[in-house]
Every structure is written in C-alpha cells, then in structure tokens.
Design a protein. Sequence first.
Lengths: 116, 110
Amino acid sequence: GAVVSQHPSWVICKSGTSVKIECRSLDFQATTMFWYRQFPKQSLMLMATSNEGSKATYEQGVEKDKFLINHASLTLSTLTVTSAHPEDSSFYICSASGRGIGQPQHFGDGTRLSIL
Amino acid sequence: RKEVEQDPGPFNVPEGATVAFNCTYSNSASQSFFWYRQDCRKEPKLLMSVYSSGNEDGRFTAQLNRASQYISLLIRDSKLSDSATYLCVVNLGGTYKYIFGTGTRLKVLA
C-alpha cells in the first residue's frame, strides 16, 4: 500500500519551456503533498507543502510564481516549473501523507529535469 | 545547532556486521519519527516508523529516546544491498512540518 506515482520520470527541454510534473497517490487519499528538489550529493530541500483544496505554502526563497503548485484533489498534485532555465535543472520529488498529522510521507519516483 | 542531526558517514562495514546510526533532534515538540533509505539518484523509501517502545522489522530495529532526544537504527547481519543513505525524519507535533536529517551513508563491503 501507500503508492505514490510521479510522472514524468525524465524531462529534457529547451530553456524557456514550462514543465508540468504530476504526483498521484494511487491507493490512499493524500490530504497533504510535499514537493522537494535535490541537487547531486545534497539533501532534499522542501519547496512547498500543499493541502488539498487550498493554496500551497512555499518555503522561504522558493518563488511561487516560478513553481506553480495545484492540489485539486485528494489524489493529485501538480508542480509546474514555468519558463524553466538551466539553473532549474534538478531532481524533483513529491511525497504524500495520508489523513492525520504525523503520518509518514510516501515518495514518488522523482522527476529528473534537464533544461538545455 | 541543526534541528535534526546525523553523522554523514560513510560507515564502511563488512557483510554480516551489525551497525547502528543515531539521529538527534532539538525540538522537544517532535512527535513522530521515521527512518528512510535513499539509494543514489532515487527517491527516499520509508524503512520504518519509530515507536516509543521501540520496534523491529526483520534485521532492523528502531529505538526512540525522548529524554535524550535521539532515535537510533540498528541493522543486523548487514547485506550488500543495505548500502544506501539512511535519512532520519522528524515530524513536529500538531503540524505538517517534517524535518529531514542530511542522512548517514552506509557502505556494506564484500
């Protein structure tokens, strides 16, 4: 149980393109989803937390107009990297936790984004 | 002081060895605790939640010491496939805030 699917796994695109990443909880209702990015050999960095039906809470230093998050249902959250540039190239990972505070997070497979 | 601290390692151990990692946390309001493993270029995978009374799952044992504010992970009979980075995650009580440690790298050697 507790499977989170993330799509796509890899994206390579030109600078200026907007990229949309989907995160789905397949067998549970995810009231809270998290978006992280991770650079090589570095720790996970939380970008934002989103609760179903409400606006995402962004971490300090993360541009909300650059990284658009939508959590329209209990099973789907999307992250759109708008007008991506090479410095946005990274490993983006979503996670989801079920109902109730203090539940473990379950991670998607991650999306490797490369902007040329 | 970091909110969640782990020794980054690497811990290099021979196959079959027993190895233990600690993770200290600074916020006494922390309520839920987890161990994850992360393989290179992959997502973290939940290894086990950590319960107050301690818990075991096969070769893995997790302990919580609230008085000293640390959790531990013990791996018995290490396998080559245990080589990974082990992340300690702490949830602050009553919140959706999770604090990740930077991870401890384990290498099990043949």
